[in-house]
Design a protein around this ligand. Structure first.
Ligand SMILES: Nc1nc2c(ncn2[C@@H]2O[C@H](COP(=O)(O)OP(=O)(O)OP(=O)(O)O)[C@@H](O)[C@H]2O)c(=O)[nH]1
Ligand SMILES: [Mg+2]
Length: 441
């Protein structure tokens, strides 16, 4: 995501890096590069102009020129302006009425149907809501089936009505939610072009009928500049309440995300990070800005780790670590916890500076191999690795399909880890260490 924008901005910052004193000349050079990066990321030119005006006046200000770390100051200015451009504060969904109604609108293929299902799952999981999906795209027959399938996969009911009249389906969908005690109605509509007057009228009429709490326009981040014009037009006619920017997982240049708020004044509320139903994230302008600047997204990382680590298991493990009782069962559990958090490379992307170590490929296969080796051990061997002699090693290697050398390597790292644990344990007892270094909170 935003890879090329990130690289280009990094170049811009390099211009100033290590310069003890900066001049108007080299700030201007850095500014020029920032501008080029934004333009080539497909950010709307008007947006770029205003952005540059703001950054320029701040960067050429006295504070930066006299600062000891001009490059850092410059990055901070760009970061702050980016946060502003992306909407400043996080904007949450505003769902007041019962049932609350969310209307999904947007161009063809932008991701409305997928996002409707993602949102239903998100509301269920994160907000404890009971959503209903309403299939109101009657123009493409397969659209209704698509939503029904998605609904099934996340265990959320889908209302399809007579499958013909979009106004009846919408109205009856609301009645259905009321009757069944469902508190949030998400209406999936047909994709339409803003120049298609009939289709625009249809969605206007649906909106008047259901009086949505939220009208979310789905924007495909891969689709380039035109999307921003469509956003402006949809907003003019429907008064959207926010955007969902999808497909940010691909090699999107990200310009859409950077322009939508500026052009319409309406916030981005969510981002789609993949095709799967759980790949929807609430949008945080500050986190997105630091991600774009390659400073990593520490807050997201911390949250992700917290969400996925099983706290109780980790506390137990911490206790065992303290007593240096760490077994291969614990080791395997730890591997599983890491795996739950998604791919290692996606985690790596969120760590500051890690985006620069492009050549270091984290080998996810290696993790699988380690797990296979541990799986081939008997319960006794896992809890008491001391008994693993040469013939046991040979058996484990054969059982896991890994070479003996890998088994040896794993045993060695285990021994080292255990030694280290003992050292920490002793130091801690003597009170030489304020805090145990492994904290799983
Ligand atoms: N990689 C990726 N693909 C996505 C994302 N969101 C949607 N898609 C894919 O985009 C394609 C179109 O998604 P739909 O949800 O059918 O789009 P739509 O707006 O409902 O399309 P129409 O109803 O035909 O207008 C599908 O193949 C989705 O899997 C995302 O965040 N990332
Ligand atoms: Mg659709």
């Amino acid at each position: 995501m935003f890879d090329s924008l990130q690289e280009k901005l990094a170049d811009a910052f390099k211009v100033l890096k290590g310069k003890g004193k900066i001049t108007e000349g080299n700030v201007k050079e850095a500014l020029k590069q920032v501008k080029m990066s934004l333009l080539s990321a497909d950010v709307n030119y008007k947006v770029v102009k205003e952005f540059m005006d703001k950054v320029t006046s701040k960067a050429l200000g006295e504070k930066v020129m006299r600062s000891i770390t001009p490059d850092q100051q410059f990055i901070k200015i760009v970061n702050d302006e980016l946060v502003e451009l992306l909407g400043g504060q996080q904007s949450e969904l505003d769902l007041k009425s019962r049932p609350s109604v969310i209307l999904m609108v947007g161009l063809q293929g932008s991701g409305k149907t997928t996002t409707a299902a993602k949102l239903a799952l998100w509301l269920k999981k994160k907000k404890g809501r009971n959503p209903l999906l309403v299939a109101d795209d009657v123009h493409r027959p397969a659209a209704i089936d698509q939503l029904e399938m998605l609904g099934k996969s996340i265990d959320v009911p889908v209302f399809t009505g007579d499958r013909k009249d979009p106004y009846e389906i919408a109205k009856k969908g609301l009645d259905f939610a009321l009757a069944k005690g469902l508190d949030t109605v998400i209406i999936d509509t047909a994709g339409r072009l803003q120049i298609d007057e009939e289709m625009m009228k249809e969605v206007e009429k649906i909106s008047e009928l259901v009086k949505p709490d939220e009208i979310l326009m789905v924007l495909d981040s891969m689709a380039g500049q035109d999307v921003v014009n469509a956003a402006a037009e949809f907003d003019k006619r429907l008064s959207v309440t926010g955007f969902v920017v999808t497909k940010l997982d691909g090699d999107s240049r990200g310009g859409v995300a950077l322009s939508a708020k500026y052009v319409t004044g309406k916030p981005i509320k969510f981002v789609g990070m993949g095709e799967k139903v759980d790949q929807l994230d609430a949008f945080f302008p500050d986190r997105m800005a630091s991600r774009i600047l390659g400073m990593g997204d520490v807050v997201s990382l911390v949250e992700k780790v917290q969400e996925n680590f099983d706290k109780k298991k980790m506390e137990e493990m911490e206790k065992r670590l303290r007593k240096a009782q760490f077994t291969f069962d614990d080791f395997r559990e730890q591997l599983r916890q890491v795996k739950k958090m998604g791919s290692l490379s996606s985690l790596l992307e969120m760590i500051p500076g890690a985006s620069k170590i492009k050549n270091v490929q984290l080998d996810e296969d290696q993790l699988k191999h380690v797990e296979a080796i541990i799986n081939s051990m008997t319960k006794k061997e896992r809890t008491n690795p001391g008994i693993i002699n040469f013939s046991r090693k040979k058996r484990i290697a054969a059982g896991s399909g890994r070479p003996l050398s890998e088994v040896n390597k794993l045993m060695k790292s285990y021994d080292e880890m255990k030694k280290m644990m003992k050292r920490f344990g002793k130091l801690e007892k003597k009170g030489k260490m304020g805090k145990f270094p492994f904290q799983f909170k």
